[in-house]
Design a protein around this ligand. Sequence first.
Ligand SMILES: [Zn+2]
Length: 303
Amino acid sequence: MIFLNLFSVNTLAQAETISSTAVVSATDVAVSSTQISSATTIKVITPAASARESLVKWCVQSLGAYKNFKAKTNLEKSCEKILLKDRCVSVNGKPIFHLDQKGKNEKAKNILVISVIHGDEIGAGSLGRYWFERVQEIDPRNNWRIIPVANPDGALKKSRTNASGVDLNRNFPTADWEAEAEKFWKKDAKSSARKFPGEKAASEPEVNCIMDHIEEFKPQFVISVHTPLNVLDYDGPKVPAPNYSYLPWRRLGNFPGSLGRYLWVEQKVPVLTAELKPDLPTGSSVFDQLQDVIGQLVQTDLK
Ligand SMILES: [Zn+2]
């Protein structure tokens, strides 16, 4: 964890924009012998480079905690390609990185995958990690953006909520949030600390991060990965249930402040909440199938 001290929120936010030739004070950096080209010209490692390195290490470490389904892991290769949006930093300052993989199909649609929005859902992290690696190896039809760990603080302390004790999937600014979120929490969730919607809509940086992705990437389909309810809970236009026997296709409904209500009910972006079984499958073929079935579904007219 020591490497996390190497970067602050500011250096991370700048990491994509600082040029590689930026010079910083020598006290901030390590200089290797190969970088000293002459007695008077000393090249230094830029903050961008060191922050980048720390970010990649963080990616390998945080996703390395989840089950690897591959004979030969591709994790480092995918981590080297991650990106970080300015506001995608958790309450405790952990980066919420993402990976983009473009589809070659001219009719490619934008699919956003969000996993570990609930920090204690380890199976969700395993699917997130699996697709995060897999999109590098296949030639996808669609443009995939994967946010494998949307709640890094919760993942570290194995809690559903983020570091402020907010259930991020109740904190999206749905139109009914002011009127309903607290009422719903008290009545339907029996004031469970695990489902606290927050003091204000969109109060949490992790939620702002996802909102920024939605605004910029403009997903045409969102997959939100959870455990352990064993169902594909779909908020979207009526479609024939995909041919996928591992998880049944069923509508569970959505809640004030949930991603499903925020995106489908209010913005007409279909959301598939993939609620995995409590136990992970032994092999990855069902994860391959799920990604392929959704890739196909998204190619149909979802209006
Ligand atoms: Zn969940």
